[in-house]
Design a protein around this ligand. Sequence first.
Ligand SMILES: Nc1nc2c(c(=O)[nH]1)N[C@H]1C(S)=C(S)[C@@H](COP(=O)(O)O)O[C@H]1N2
Ligand SMILES: [Mo]
Length: 381
Amino acid sequence: MKEASFDAAPELINKESRHSGFAGLIVREKEPLNLESPYHAFDSFLTPNELFYVRNHFSTPQLDSSSYELRIDGAVAHPLTITYEDLRKMRPRTYAVTLECAGNSRVFLAPQKSGVQWELGAVGTAEWTGVPLDDLLSRAQPIDGAVEVVLEGADRGKPANSPKPAGSIRFARSLPIRKARQPEVLLAYEMNGSDLPVEHGFPLRAIVPGYYAMASVKWLTHVTVVREPFCGYWQTTEYACWDASDCTPVRRPLASMMVKSVITRPRMHEVVAANTVKQVVGAAWTGDSDIAKVELTTDGGQSWHVARLIGPIQRYAWRHWECEWRTPARPGRYTLLARATDAAGSVQQDKHDPNYGSYAVHHTLPIDVLVERVVPERRPA
Ligand SMILES: Nc1nc2c(c(=O)[nH]1)N[C@H]1C(S)=C(S)[C@@H](COP(=O)(O)O)O[C@H]1N2
Ligand SMILES: [Mo]
């Protein structure tokens, strides 16, 4: 019976085999697909593909690698087109890179802001394999005076929020040319050693280490070098903030991830035993630097304890950390906060910066736990 339906739709079988499965991901939106990683996705340094969050603005485009082509044009001396097969013949690089959605942890904002209500899990780390974008830009030769590189995906549709252009648009983001030419910026075709799953950008996506993940354009089909800063919808209306550092606030595209730590265990509202030693664990990351320190407070900020940084050290990936907590003898509700500092001296603040709207939620995030004298035994399900 199964075989008959397989015969009927062979192309579906191929798509299914690349499908990552998504066991245990939390559905935040069905269409477009938005899936959040569960807490246990933080347990390993590399997030398995099937536990990696998915953030889509439009329907997932189905591209065929055998007819796929990437076009590079605009302000270049030699516009070019390259096939998937030829990309895979180029010298590959692999980097472990943490991607965090700029809207991650939005649910912690009060009052609530519109947008997908992510908790902690719109972040993950994978090993991405592909070719440096700069290897192709070097062939195309950007002209003097080129300032940015626009990355465009094959997905399209009508954006949700106003002001918005009439009709449907593609997902497109630009990078300053200096960032685009850094050797760590990849055009990736593998994620943790497998072909990119469809939802994560098959056959090719950008990976922009250090930047919030809107820069890592999936289903990448077009790279345009431009002479003026790109002011597209996803660059100025969405995924932008107000910058008031010079004079009157101006709109700026989000770029580097800001220093952040999350407590992943105990979980929000977990019941823990009084007067015992509890292991508190989490992860921390930052965009342009390395994590230097993570501290934990369990008494509302009166005392801070330095956590142990553990696990692999990779330039563009998160650090895991752990810290022991002697739980109080007195039952009640206690709030845990973690605070990260990076090597450049940036420290997580205790409040959200309103100039970032509903993005870059990277202040210390309170995790409330219940301390009880006797923890009720879990009954088997
Ligand atoms: N073409 C395209 N690229 C995209 C997006 C998209 O909707 N379309 N979403 C971006 C955003 S906002 C994020 S957070 C990351 C999510 O990558 P993931 O789904 O592989 O986790 O992809 C980025 N690249
Ligand atoms: Mo995102």
